[in-house]
Write a protein that binds this ligand. Structure first.
Ligand code: ADP
Ligand code: ZN
Ligand code: ZN
Length: 739
């Protein structure tokens, strides 16, 4: 028997199958999806790989598979990995990894505090050090690779997985590749948790119509895609719960994706209260052992409902009955690392394969999704009313140009000031939203125009007042604050652009008696999770919560009646064709935090662009009008959904090499051009240097289909055949981020 084996490697030229003989005595264990160890080339060590097929004959002189590993990837997932590799232009083994349980567990850790390991250098730098033989020890290399896939892993787990001793880990720490952090071991969030059982609600008329439509597809065992479009509080989650109940009654399983940030205990509690502990929650806070346990629970069929963020779509669920994606417009469903997949596409594939419904839910659907619904490619289910009859909040727009003209230079407009004061008096809570962290977003010399920039990236540094440092938000570089211009020595150095730290300072000055709490990446640390901050805000009835977009999603605060958006323009100014869409979504969502129960809510949006349609329609909370305006712009400018955008990014340490490589690739693309494809010139990316790597890009606009996939794969193959250099290339289809 001859097995076709994919070698576990991200080297592009190894992205093909290699033939191996299956030893006679092991033939019964050899299946598609089995992990194996094989001798490879002149290498001394065995290489890991996966069987992806079998054949009768081979033209080569074959070696034998040396060893079989425990664990097997289901055949259907192997097929998925093969498809993904072609569609997302990466190695099959990159995709196979997504299908595996996140590591075997050997030593179950019982103590309360443990040592957890994090990478201290960037993976690109580590890879380069490996390539240039700065690190040679296979044990150290194994350790680093294991860490790259499982950052934050417990030291014992790492040693077991990489099969190394403590010495190896300690050496890597000494060489500053990794750091060892003492952390509390978090328990599975719902283990031993008592939740009061909750009964299902009688559905409203609108809910019932939506429910019945999806149930038809469940009962008829037929694939259909639905968009459940309803304002926040319209009872979408209640529908999800009842659909899941239906699926469970038929002995099937349900899979539900949510944005990582929505995986709060509040959300999980609702599922626990309805279904008890037959659910499995997969999120990044679980230790590797816990994640492995969850994976096993799913594989053994003990978990009937799987809830998780993006990568849970690959959990080994059998007998699937429905897939639900909540907040389907959320950008976290698109991966921005290899493999650069979109979980919505994977869900579509799996739902179709299993002949089950796929339900996408949102109050502000992705423009592409809504456009498909309008064309009848997705069945549209609309909920127009809030389920508990609470009213949508009243929204006021404040024109910041008038504030400036009237002499108010503070970040808080007169109206917002007045409303906060009232709220404090009435003992109601307020949320203030500003999508920039730090104190000031840039520092400039008024005399010569010098701005402080990162040493490693081509971006300005943000001033952080609490540490009195300038920091790069891309690479973490930090340096002392400056009071004198390093170029012209002038002392006329000024700070511009306000962040959440400055906002908190101002609020404390304006309202000295108010209690405040701040939530952004700087306050949300490994020890201090965003749940803890939100719980504190709620339980201790803190007056004002100040935060970045982390405060926007999915939380339910009965006592919040006022939401202030400090600068609605920050998302409008991003260089992305989705700037308006993002602005509308974020404003609508943040507005949805006010007045969730009986109390009426008010929202104040401060902006320099009060006439911009995304702000006007967000004020009215009218998605339909927003959609109409946006879709006609997209059509005129030929942006998705009227085409697909494919971004080819190149990066490397030597600027000239990257430029040359990008020009070669551009040439090959033009030479083998697919029909109806627009190909941009190869030019530097908007941020042309990150972490000391220079970046170039080529943008393709086309209708992304099979012939385009073949075309790009052929171009890449040709490129890799001819070029061996230190420039890395990625291809991102409809990327989440264009920078
Ligand atoms: P969404 O997911 O659209 O934001 P939810 O399902 O969370 O909406 O519903 C909002 C609130 O209304 C929740 O407190 C929920 O318990 C309640 N609710 C939902 N459906 C009903 C119903 N049919 N009858 C009574 N209350 C409901
Ligand atoms: Zn100067
Ligand atoms: Zn930087």
């Amino acid at each position: 028997m001859i097995a076709e084996v994919i070698i576990d490697s991200n080297v592009k030229t190894l992205n093909k199958t290699f033939d191996y003989l299956v030893p006679h005595e092991l033939e019964k264990d050899a299946k598609v999806g089995t992990r194996v160890f094989v001798p490879f080339g002149s290498l001394k060590n065995l290489k890991e790989g996966y069987i992806v097929g079998f054949k009768e004959k081979s033209e080569y002189d074959l070696k034998e598979i040396a060893k079989f590993e425990k664990g097997i990837i289901p055949k259907s997932r192997v097929e998925l990995a093969l498809l993904m590799a072609r569609r997302y232009f990466c190695n099959v083994s990159d995709c196979m990894k997504l299908m595996l349980p996140p590591g075997a567990i050997h030593n179950r850790v019982k103590e309360k505090v443990g040592q957890f390991i994090y990478l201290k250098k960037d993976i690109e730098d580590i890879e380069e050090d490996i390539a240039e033989k700065v690190i040679k020890s296979p044990k150290q290399i194994r350790c680093l690779q294991m860490l790259y896939e499982n950052e934050g892993i417990h030291i014992l787990d790492l040693e077991a997985l990489a099969d190394v001793d403590r010495v190896v880990v300690k050496t890597l720490e000494k060489k500053e590749y990794i750091e060892i952090v003492e952390q509390r071991i978090e328990r599975n969030p719902f283990e031993f948790k008592e939740v009061e059982r909750d009964q299902k609600r009688k559905l409203t008329y609108e809910q019932q119509v939506a429910y019945d439509t999806v149930v038809k597809s469940i009962d008829e065992k037929r694939f259909e895609q639905f968009l459940l479009y309803g304002v926040t509080g319209s009872g979408k989650t209640e529908i999800y719960l009842q659909l899941i109940e239906r699926v469970l009654e038929q002995g099937k399983k349900a899979m539900m994706l949510v944005p990582e940030i929505s995986l709060t205990p509040q959300m999980v509690d609702r599922f626990l209260a309805r279904f008890g502990d037959c659910i499995s929650v997969l999120h990044s806070k679980l230790s590797i052992g816990e994640r492995f346990d969850q994976w096993e629970k799913i594989k053994e069929g003990k978990a009937k409902i799987i809830i998780g963020a993006r990568s849970s779509i690959f959990a080994p669920v059998e007998n699937l009955g429905i897939i639900l994606i909540d907040e389907e417009h959320d950008t976290s469903y698109k991966s921005d690392m290899t493999p650069r997949y979109n979980a919505k596409d994977i869900a579509f594939y799996l739902a179709k394969q299993n002949k089950v419904p796929l339900v996408l839910g949102s109050a502000t659907p992705d423009i592409n999704t809504f456009s498909k619904a309008k064309q009848g490619k997705i069945t549209l289910l609309t909920l127009k009313h809030r389920a508990n009859n609470s009213n949508l909040p009243t929204v006021h727009i404040v024109d910041l140009r008038n504030e400036l003209a009237s002499g108010n230079k503070s970040m808080i407009s007169n109206l917002l000031h007045k409303k906060i004061e009232e709220n404090l008096k009435n003992k109601k809570q307020t949320i203030l939203f500003l999508n920039r962290r730090g104190y000031s977003t840039f520092v400039m010399c008024r005399n010569c125009g010098f701005t402080a920039k990162c040493n490693n990236c081509n971006v300005t540094l943000t001033y952080h007042k609490d540490e009195n440092k300038l920091k790069c938000h891309l690479c973490g570089f930090e340096t002392h604050n400056i009071t004198q211009c390093p170029v012209c020595k002038s002392k006329n150095v000024r700070y511009f652009g306000s962040g959440t730290q400055k906002l908190e300072d101002e609020i404390k000055k304006l309202f000295p008696t108010a209690s405040t709490i701040r939530m952004d990446i700087d306050t949300v640390t490994k020890k201090n999770s965003h749940e803890m901050i939100l719980n504190k805000f709620k339980d201790e009835n803190i007056d004002i919560l100040i935060g970045t977009q982390m405060v926007v999603k999915g939380h339910h605060f009965p006592n919040v009646t006022l939401v202030g958006v400090i600068a609605a323009d920050s998302s409008l100014s991003i260089e992305d064709y989705r700037a308006s869409e993002r602005t509308f979504q974020i404003l609508t969502q943040v507005a949805g935090r006010a007045g969730r129960e009986n109390l009426p809510g008010e929202v104040i949006i401060q902006t320099y662009n009060p006439d911009h349609f995304s702000i006007e329609y967000a004020k009215e909370q009218n998605y339909d009008l927003f959609y109409k305006a946006e879709i006609s712009l997209r059509q005129r400018l030929k942006y998705p959904p009227f085409c697909d955008i494919i971004l080819i990014g190149l990066s490397g340490k030597d600027e000239k090499n990257v430029k040359k490589a990008s020009e070669k690739l551009e040439y090959l693309l033009l030479k083998q051009k697919a029909t109806n494809m627009y190909i941009s010139r190869a030019i530097p990316s908007p941020i042309n240097k990150i972490k000391n790597r220079f970046r170039f890009r080529i943008i393709l606009k086309c209708n992304f289909n099979n012939s385009v996939i073949n075309n790009i794969n052929a171009v890449l193959e040709e490129y890799y055949k001819r070029n061996k250099n230190n420039v890395s290339i990625f291809v991102d289809v409809n990327p989440g981020n264009m920078m």
